[in-house]
Ligand binder design. Sequence first.
Ligand code: HEM
Length: 404
Amino acid sequence: MAAIVVSKYKEADEFLRNATLKQGLYDEGAILMKDVLVNLFGEEHAARRHLAQKLFRREYFRNYERRIFPKTIEETLVPFVQAGGGDLADFGYHVLMNLTADASGIDRPLRTREETATMLRMIKSFSKAATLGQLTMVDMGDKEAIRKEIIDTLEEFDQVFYTPSETRRRALLDRVERGEMPESEMPRDLLTILLRNEDNIELPRDKMLKETAYFLFVGALSTTHALTHAMQHIFTWRAEHPKDNELLKEAWFLQRCVWESLRLHPPTPELNRKLTCPVRIKSRPETFESGDLIVDMFKVNQDPLMFGFDTEAFNPHRATPPQGWLYGVTFGLGTHACLGRILVAGTPIQPGSDLKDAEYGNMYLIARALLDRGARPDPANPPTMDTSNTRRNWLTYPFLLDKG
Ligand code: HEM
């Protein structure tokens, strides 16, 4: 049976809010993905999401982007400033992996480049679990080899990172319980929330291990690609619209650049669902009895009814749609909508709005830090595109910085 393909924003909105639809993207990567939040269904999904949401509160975003992340950006920038530049993807991986490690609750006690490289290798291996279903060129033998690699990496992750992080948090929780440490000193991260399990849901160790591994890779990889795209658009816009150079210093305009780039480059090209019962939506006449649903993220994000004319072009002056976000469905909608959305993209900043109340989002903060240090493309080394799949991500993006 042919899949139901969705390319209109309104339809995507209605379908993705329908809780009878089941996740359909990750069956092939079950070895890691089976029990993680994004793959759960019904009550089990609602209960796990409710627990995880205890982390993603407004004061968490505020505290993180004002107190913790700026230091991470500065720390990561040091070798790049000393070298007068580097590669955007390399910079992005390092800074964003630290962000998602903090959010997941995976400690990096050494904070060395070697430790970061080990974690990055593991994350890249885990991410294959999410894309196994989309690998059309890979034969079953190769898929088995990838599954074996993921199992081995999970074991290594458990020993090197997860067990020490869990042990430290359990000891801290015991100290809080005994009144030896104030609650306010507890780390604020997903692993602590899962260990505490205030909702008392069924959550054995294996599920916590996989959930933290999932958080690590889902945040770091998608944001890195998104960041390189955003910087490319900002560099090009600046060169072609010198009148907007001053505007780029304004928070609202830089945030719009980031959001417009997110609209054009959703890191997940499609969302998939399976129907578990007949479904009707207001914007289509027919009843859908059964089958699979594919939300074409690129087409939905370029729906002229939502985003106006010229929707394939980057235009940070584009009007915000009356209902919805300038970045479209890039963070999903409804039942499985991204929990990291505000951490990544912030909340809308208007011209003249009070920045004391702003959540900028980490992509904005990184773009601002790079621009403040004179980031620009390296004219001697043009960027190269990854042509091995349809995602059109940048493989390399050499950039220059003013030397500090
Ligand atoms: C540019 C960066 C990111 C993009 C574009 C993105 C996009 C998405 C999308 C499209 C979904 C929905 C999947 C579906 O409906 O099947 C999703 C779910 C999710 N995202 Fe993100 N994400 C990003 C970063 C992050 C970060 C940094 C975190 C955490 C620190 C995160 C955590 C999650 C979680 C936990 C879910 C599953 C929610 C659920 O199933 O209830 N994401 N993300």
